[in-house]
Design a binder for this molecule. Sequence first.
Ligand SMILES: Nc1nc2c(ncn2[C@@H]2O[C@H](COP(=O)(O)OP(=O)(O)OP(=O)(O)O)[C@@H](O)[C@H]2O)c(=O)[nH]1
Ligand SMILES: [Mg+2]
Length: 264
Amino acid sequence: MTAFDRPRGPLGQVAVIIPTYNERENLESITGRVRASVPDADILVVDDNSPDRTGEIADKLTAADPHIHVLHRQGKSGLGSAYIAGFRWALDRGYGVLVEMDADGSHDPAELPKLLTALADADLVIGSRWVTGGTVHNWPRSREVLSRGANAYARIMLGVRIRDVTAGYRAYRAQTLRKICLDQVLSQGYCFQIDLTLRAIRAGLEVTEVPISFTERTLGASKMSRAVIAEALWRVTQWGAASRLRRGRGGRSGHCLAPKNQQH
Ligand SMILES: Nc1nc2c(ncn2[C@@H]2O[C@H](COP(=O)(O)OP(=O)(O)OP(=O)(O)O)[C@@H](O)[C@H]2O)c(=O)[nH]1
Ligand SMILES: [Mg+2]
């Protein structure tokens, strides 16, 4: 039986995790759009004490709607650690599906039902810009080159078939996150997405891409930086070299092998 044929249980309750750092212009709109698109889903905002007081807006939304929750953290600790904190919150409360979504409107909540439908036959669904049917709006040529280049490099170095391994619009089954050793994940920026994809693939899980329409933010500032790019480049190179070395020695990937803590 292949991973694809393996029967999977019902999806269960959905938690949409939205990390925020200085997203006050965007938060109310994105939560409203999620609520309209998938009314049964709950939302968890993970705010890192945003100086623009996004956290206060999250508190107001939480007070007005029992489907919206907020996790306040003390200070900016990175996208990866915000998602891990959000995953733990949702896993502890028994949610069956955990969704990653940016606050800036790049990920269209109207496309969430498509991701959830695909999750019926998968362990992780990635909303992909770079499969047939995927589109990107309002990106300068330089961002497209960067994203396509990063994906090509990751595919070659890591030997994965995923077209958009850095994508941040995703739906995980809770069981997937339980299997992939979250406590070992140290990656932060785009690399966090690559790291979790690689762990899912190496755990023998089914990872599927569905095309999405991605739109660059119109409000607020990007948190993308040279450090984020450098982290991804460095870690992907390390992981690629380590897996080549393992293959050369006839080693095998085990349940929790990928990517090992000491390789970060
Ligand atoms: N809690 C938390 N959220 C963060 C942090 N860094 C980024 N975010 C949020 O993560 C999401 C993605 O960040 P963006 O700045 O949009 O980064 P990006 O989408 O990779 O880059 P752009 O395409 O330029 O927008 C947004 O909702 C941010 O507010 C952080 O350190 N902590
Ligand atoms: Mg963004």
